[in-house]
Design a protein around this ligand. Structure first.
Ligand code: NAP
Length: 291
């Protein structure tokens, strides 16, 4: 008897489709006299964060979206960061703002993200965005949370009426993802470090999304045959390679499908930041014209 195959839910083709949508929309806005533009605020020496920001810059440039990187250095104070975020929130030529983590020690991230104007909060960092999502009002979801839903849609994985276990309850992935899936009529269980044995929640689930930042947290013993597994985790191993939270080798042959790391959720996330920027610009341009 042959081993059942696990379908790879690659994010690469989908990311290409989303980047093209962002590019087309940016061109349309340009034809109307508006230049969609994104600002990324960074305050760290961490090389992998700089690499990530450069990848956003390149992707924005390729899509015809302006991208201003404001590097405040690893010793930026909360006051300086706050002033920059206030200025960007009030600046009409900037339509989207990302406050890139990590931030310098002692800086209160929670206080700073609240300064990003909700209409420019293209990575859903402001608690107001999460609150709006919670009550079904229009808001930008964190791009990673939306990326999971887009991947499931792209591969025609139905969510309505199905059970989903979300592993991780952070404000940037687990919680907003649970809200997005709830909006799509799924039955959600959110697991965390104190929710008890993981398999108790993940085995009965039709779909398991893992966003914990723990290498190998989920393996074949945690899932049932035909489960769809989406790996959000990004963990850098000592040799510099990137792995997710799911032990792919042990899940393969059991799961119906698995989104890989790298090449899954991450590529879609970056593309969605561009799409959110043009969506934000589209919403802001008429407001500005009438101002
Ligand atoms: P986070 O803020 O550290 O949250 C991790 C969550 O996982 C917490 O809710 C924690 O539970 C839970 N957790 C930790 N150990 C667990 C365990 N043994 N069993 C069950 N739950 C456990 O991390 P995050 O910002 O949400 O990110 C999660 C992962 O996604 C990271 O690897 C991150 O790098 C990755 N990520 C990827 C992208 C992308 O674009 N690809 C974007 C964002 C994040 P408690 O709440 O109880 O502590």
């Amino acid at each position: 008897m042959s081993t059942p195959t696990t379908r790879a839910l690659s994010g690469k083709a989908l990311a290409g489709v989303i980047r093209q949508r962002a590019k087309d929309e940016a061109r349309e806005l340009e034809n109307e006299g508006a230049h969609p533009s994104l600002a990324v605020v960074i305050a760290t020496d961490d090389e992998s964060t700089h690499w990530y920001v450069r990848s956003i810059e390149r992707a924005a440039e390729a899509a015809g979206i302006g991208c201003r990187v404001i590097d405040l250095g690893h010793d930026a104070t909360e006051q300086v960061l706050a002033n920059v975020l206030r200025d960007l929130s009030a600046e009409p030529s900037v339509h989207g703002i990302i406050l890139q983590t990590p931030l310098p020690g002692g800086v209160r991230t929670d206080a700073l993200v609240g300064l990003i104007a909700p209409e420019k909060d293209i990575d859903g960092a402001n608690p107001l965005s999460l609150g709006r999502l919670a009550v079904g009002q229009p808001a930008f979801a964190p791009a990673t949370a939306r990326a999971v839903v887009e991947i499931l849609d792209h591969y025609d994985v139905p969510v309505a009426g199905r059970s989903v276990a979300v592993v991780g309850r952070s404000a940037v992935v687990g919680k907003p993802l649970a809200l997005l899936l709830l909006e799509r009529d799924a039955a959600i269980t959110v697991c965390h470090s104190r929710s008890g044995p993981l398999e108790r929640h993940t085995r009965p689930a039709d779909i398991v999304v893992v966003a914990a930042g723990r290498t190998g947290l989920v393996n074949g013993s945690h899932i049932s045959p035909d489960t769809v597994v989406v790996d959000v985790g990004t963990n850098v191993l000592p040799d510099g390679s990137l792995v997710g939270d799911v032990d792919g080798a042990s899940v393969n042959g059991i799961a119906a499908a698995l989104s890989p790391v790298p090449g899954g959720v991450g590529s879609v996330t970056t593309a969605l930041l561009l799409l959110h920027t043009v969506e934000a610009a589209r919403q802001q341009v008429p407001l500005l014209e009438n101002a």
